[in-house]
Design a binder for this molecule. Structure first.
Ligand SMILES: [Zn+2]
Length: 290
């Protein structure tokens, strides 16, 4: 029931239409910490996603949330029985305040190493000031500048305790937007997990004649090619609404099928987002309103 609704809503674009600004109220709304699959756990809020990947040599955290998120992330990690202080590596989906503003605090608290895609590094280290779209807009878009310990490039891997994550540069939404992939074993099978960085064209994004990001449209094109080429069994992303998290969480039953395994949902989402990008691009090329 939930799944059917989720899929129907996905196809209609209902889940994906909400821009980040409208979803901001949900960023600090708690959501139950839960097991996703294998060594992957959800420790985010209702509106923005954080993932803990546990290993025998410490843990990897994807996304640090907004500036006030770290306390909530810590509580979620502890509720699941893990130690916040065991966070060894911090990664992000992309350099926007809802995924990286909590990084300075988490690094201070845990000593985690911060590993960020090359083109997002200046944004992270300037506290958002060098973002092509939001850097001059101030307010919540700016956050404590945070030093990066390792600069990643497309295809680089991050390894810890037997877990290997691959960083796919999927630019457009930010210049260094990163889609993370890894493989897990579940039910005797090897499954491909994809954490989508963001394929979304935010309100106000200039796709044609963007002086601060001249090749933005080509970058989105490249990103959709990459996203369509990735093998995806387990569909996750930088926000829960990418993959219908609420509905899938409600479907979780002990011993039941894992709702996060959703290859069709992944394909439908990427197709939906590509169509949305092409519509906006066509509108802007025709000189329409943003
Ligand atoms: Zn974003």
């Amino acid at each position: 029931m939930f799944r059917t609704l989720a899929c129907a809503a996905a196809l209609l674009g209902l889940f994906f239409a909400a821009p980040a600004a409208e979803a901001a109220d949900d960023y600090l709304t708690p959501f139950p910490a839960h097991h996703v699959i294998a060594n992957i756990y959800y420790v985010g809020s209702k509106g923005q996603a954080n993932y803990l990947i546990t290993t025998p040599q410490g843990n990897i955290l994807i996304n640090s949330g907004v500036e006030k998120s770290p306390a909530m992330i810590k509580r979620s990690i502890e509720k699941l029985g893990f130690k916040y202080g065991d966070t060894k590596i911090l990664l992000i989906s992309h350099a926007h305040f809802d995924h990286d503003a909590g990084s300075a605090k988490i690094i201070k608290d845990t000593g985690a190493k911060y590993e960020v895609m090359d083109a997002d590094v200046p944004v992270v280290e300037s506290g958002g000031k060098l973002d092509f779209n939001y850097g001059d807009k101030g307010g919540k878009n700016l956050y404590p500048p945070t030093k990066v310990d390792r600069v990643l490039h497309d295809g680089d891997t991050v390894s810890l305790g037997g877990t290997v994550l691959t960083a796919h540069k999927t630019p457009g939404h930010t210049k260094g937007c990163t889609t993370w992939t890894m493989q897990v074993r579940d039910g005797g099978k090897t499954l491909n997990v994809v954490f989508v960085g963001s394929p979304n064209v935010n309100p106000g994004y200039i796709l044609v004649g963007n002086k601060k990001y001249p090749n933005i449209a080509q970058d989105y094109e490249k990103t959709f090619e990459i996203l369509k080429s990735l093998p995806a069994d387990v569909f996750l992303g930088a926000h829960g609404d990418y993959y219908g998290m609420d509905a899938k969480y409600a479907e979780l039953t002990p011993g039941g099928p894992n709702p996060f395994i959703d290859a069709d949902g992944y394909k439908a989402y990427i197709a939906n987002r590509e169509a949305a990008f092409r519509k906006k691009l066509a509108e802007q090329e025709a000189g329409g309103k943003l």
